[in-house]
Ligand binder design. Structure first.
Ligand code: HEC
Length: 91
């Protein structure tokens, strides 16, 4: 059920992607952050290597990886948080 909800929201992520900075103001929900994170992840994290499998790392490992990779992918802090929310919702 949770997965289905996330997928349903992910379908509408493109429509809300112009509101990315909303999370910094606390205006977007965790589910929206996960959905936007999926889009950012798929667009930004497969450029230099294959898209990593979220299941390949623990939450703690993802913290360090996103900190290291977000600058490589030229993401803002808010976008990095969304990617983190997405991968740790699916690992
Ligand atoms: C500019 C190129 C580039 C981009 C964009 C990039 N990466 Fe990487 N990534 C690398 C390189 C180079 C390595 C291997 C060396 C290293 O760990 O720094 C790597 C390694 C990794 C690893 C393996 C780390 C490990 O400890 O096994 C993961 C997972 C990863 N990247 C995730 C991501 C995610 C998530 C994003 C999007 C936010 C991303 N990468 C974007 C270049 C990139």
């Amino acid at each position: 059920m949770k997965k289905l909800l996330v997928m349903a929201i992910a379908g509408s992520a493109l429509a809300v992607s112009c509101t990315q900075k909303g999370i910094a103001d606390g205006k977007i929900t965790k589910a929206e952050s996960i959905a936007q994170g999926k889009v950012i992840f798929e667009n930004s994290c497969g450029k230099c290597h294959d898209l990593p499998n979220p299941k390949s790392h623990t939450d703690a490992q993802w913290t360090g990886i996103v900190n290291a990779m977000a600058p490589k992918a030229k993401l803002t802090d808010a976008q990095g948080t969304m990617v983190y929310d997405y991968v740790t919702a699916n690992n």
